[in-house]
Write a protein that binds this ligand. Structure first.
Ligand code: ACO
Length: 439
């Protein structure tokens, strides 16, 4: 009997395979707001954590307590006191924090053990390891205000955490720490997750929040931020409150060895899985350096360039270029790389007439178009041309004339082309439109 799978399944599975391999044995620290640790959101998270654990991902989950403390304090008529957006922890709030941690832990354990959440190949539930992994010290007196039992992370017991991870357990960390003198302090989830990720040298720090990710001042999702951009967003006030603090934690983590911080929705079904196993991910990615890199192509890039240009050659949009041509001309190509994947290419051809150059073979992969990559490749070639003393940049196009016209290119005639290029033009018979941009 034939087996039917959805048309997208095979492609999706192929896309996910490299990520599955990559993540095996890697440590993820996931900080999650406690408002997401209830109801359907918790069930889905538990299912996703079980799936990740079954794929060999080492998981550290750091939960928040804010919503639970708010409810406990509210029903006791306790009015919260804040200073600089941080809750002042008095005796009562400390008790609520301990109660909240106990309740949340129990709910997470129950959800991970439920049959819906369990990965089918697991014979028993994913073990949850808890413990006194964080030591803390008091935040102290800030601007003359005593912050009480509000603490900051002093140390993470990485050996103990690693031991539990080696045993195959999920390590669950509550944002509560103890001082060597035996006092207990309430910590922030964001800071605790950041400290754990740095200490464990995690591959990724993930924050699951109510929003889609980090939003700009008009409420639009920022998909990628370098550490410098993230810092600027927080400093300029474009991100404020909880979002600004998350950016600070994210920047600290990536500047201290964590490969990437990802901030994404814990409400949206599948966002975590999309983030980890698809090229486009989900939410906001923060890395130390800018993600998109345009660099000179080398021979290893030829298969990727070929994959980009062949379909367009077949449609007649690009002139056919043989493997031999690419090998000989690879030095004139640049490629656009994002997260170790090549999404675009462009070439700069030069002529005997030193002030003339030609932008050629500009392609952005169909799944990455309309995100500004074409514009970036054009800007890159224009810069490269200027640096070589080229003043006239030509582009010849059969289908994309308007794109060039909208970007400062003027219609030109055959006579404007350098003689060698004129001959090729006539021989090719493609009758392309000719454009030139004065640099
Ligand atoms: N004609 C006019 N406008 C176009 C075309 C086109 N053929 N293709 C895309 N656009 C517009 C989009 O509608 C979008 O407009 P908007 O900003 O108003 O929404 C805008 O261009 C997108 O710009 P970018 O995001 O900067 O460009 P992108 O990363 O999508 O890359 C590119 C543009 C390179 C043209 C891409 O569409 C592509 O690879 N096309 C197929 C290959 C091709 O035609 N290459 C040029 C060959 S000619 C030569 O290399 C000299």
């Amino acid at each position: 009997m034939p087996i039917h799978t959805s048309a997208g399944f095979v492609g999706d599975f192929r896309e996910a395979a490299p990520y599955i391999n990559y993540l095996r044995g890697k440590t993820l620290v996931i900080g999650v707001a406690d408002s997401l640790l209830e109801g359907d959101a918790l069930k889905r998270l538990a299912a996703d954590l079980n799936l990740l654990a079954s794929l060999g991902v080492r998981l550290v989950l750091v939960h928040g307590t804010r919503a639970h403390i708010g409810r406990l304090a509210g029903s006791a008529g306790h009015v919260p006191q804040y200073h600089r957006h941080r809750r002042i922890t008095d005796e009562a709030v400390l008790q609520y924090a301990k109660q909240a941690a106990g309740m949340i832990r129990s709910d997470i354990e129950a959800a991970l053990g439920s049959s819906i959440a369990q990965a089918p190949q697991r014979s028993k539930p994913l073990a949850v390891a808890g413990g006194n992994f964080l030591s803390a010290r008091p935040l102290g007196i800030v601007d003359g205000i005593d912050m009480g039992y509000t603490g900051v992370v002093r140390k993470v017991d990485t050996e103990a955490v690693a031991g539990r991870l080696n045993d195959g357990a999920l390590v669950l960390i509550s944002p509560i720490g103890h001082s060597p003198s035996g006092k207990t302090f309430k910590l922030g989830m964001g800071e605790a997750a950041e400290a754990a990720a740095i200490a464990l040298n995690a591959d990724k720090l993930i924050y699951l929040i109510e929003q889609e990710g980090i939003l700009d001042s008009e409420g639009r999702l920022k998909t990628n931020l370098s550490a410098a951009e993230a810092r600027q967003m927080a400093a300029s006030g474009e991100a404020s409150g909880g979002q600004a603090r998350l950016l600070e934690y994210a920047v600290n983590a990536v500047e201290r060895g964590v490969h990437r911080t990802q901030i994404l929705s814990g409400r949206e079904d599948g966002a975590l899985i999309r983030e980890l196993f698809t090229r486009h991910g989900a939410g906001t990615s923060i890395a130390r350096d800018s993600f998109v890199n345009i660099r000179r192509a080398h021979n290893d890039d030829i298969p990727h360039i070929t994959a980009l240009i062949r379909p367009l050659e077949e449609q007649g949009i690009l002139l056919r270029r043989s493997r031999e041509y690419l090998e000989n001309q690879i030095h004139s190509f640049s490629v656009l790389e994002h997260d170790r994947h090549i999404y675009g290419c462009v070439a700069l051809k030069t002529f005997d007439e030193a002030d003339c150059g030609e932008l050629a073979c500009l392609v952005v992969s169909p799944d990455a178009q309309e995100g500004g990559y074409g514009e970036m490749l054009l800007a890159h070639v224009a810069d490269e041309a200027r640096a070589r003393g080229i003043g006239k940049l030509f582009a010849l196009s059969t289908h994309t004339g308007e794109w060039f016209a909208e970007r400062g290119f003027q219609t030109a005639s055959l006579e404007d082309l350098p003689p060698a290029r004129r001959r090729d033009y006539v021989e090719s018979g493609r009758n392309s439109q000719i454009f030139v941009r004065i640099l």
